[in-house]
Design a protein around this ligand. Sequence first.
Ligand code: FUB
Length: 350
Amino acid sequence: MKHLLWTLSVSFLFAGCAANEAPVENEVLGAPLVSDIYTADPSAHVWADGRIYIYPSHDINTETANTGGGSQFDMRDYIVLSMDEVGGKVTQHDVALDMADVPWVGRQMWAPDAAYKDGTYYLYFPAKDKDGVFRIGVATSSTPEGPFTPRDKPMAGSYSIDPAVFKDGDGEHYIYFGGIWGGQLQKWASGSFEADGSETDLGVADAPALMPKMARLSADMLEFAEPLRDIVINDAEGNPLLAGDTDRRFFEGTWVFERNGTYYLTYSTGDTHYLVYAIADTPYGPFTYQGRILEPVQGWTTHHSIFEHDEKWYLAYHDTKLSGRTHLRNVKIIALDFDENGRIQKIDPK
Ligand code: FUB
């Protein structure tokens, strides 16, 4: 019944839309997937069984104060959500990975992603090591929901946050990651970690913005197969987006997918609270900025993933409607539409 109502709502809203309008409204479709726990940063995948799996952050109400750098986001484990279809019954699985089982982790298990290859599921997760430096770890499982067994060290040469893994049509996997401010990417601007480096940005508005990083994954999915590269994001004239262009420049939360031969890089602009996208002809880019996907949601952070299920496209995202508190978020899913030229139709959550 719930699914029927959801489908009718979608049909009604789509029927009333002109080609360039957002297809849906969040009030109708964007109900929190679960309300027993707080979840955020949803990475959605449809594996071979056709079921939708969401790999979110598991927000918790700790006593950790907000002393800067996102310290109040003090998460300790991961819990996977799954469902047969959007709008269907959501299963909240048991703990997939606990901080206590990862020898190198000090604190703050942030936004994860997952991948599948040859019978094994891989969970990629950022967390601060014992020295307070964000690294990216990998854990493996024979089932999509876990439990996952972590490696005892983070990926060699990894840093910052928000890993996102994209599988290309030729079977190669690529990992994208990075986040400025609390995600520490600006502290790596010189190539090595500067503990006393900027907490807020590079401060040079007319310099090229910090770009997210990427590499092809090794055949065993556990390490970078090549040196890390910047993901270049240009404007329509082919010039890199600038640090001062806070409405468009990358902040955190990359996601990559391919549709009709076009590679889409989507990300959060952080302090301006937009989800935006850029396109390229290859998974390496360079990417050209296109526009916004989602206007600001309730809450400071905005993070997402995009997936296709039963020939429809969806945006998984979060807001803070359940709690009203920045660090206690709830994951939602909403329909996403493309026009005939492959342009993503912007959604306004209000
Ligand atoms: O959930 C903690 C952090 O908040 C994520 O890593 C960022 O993308 C932001 O959503």
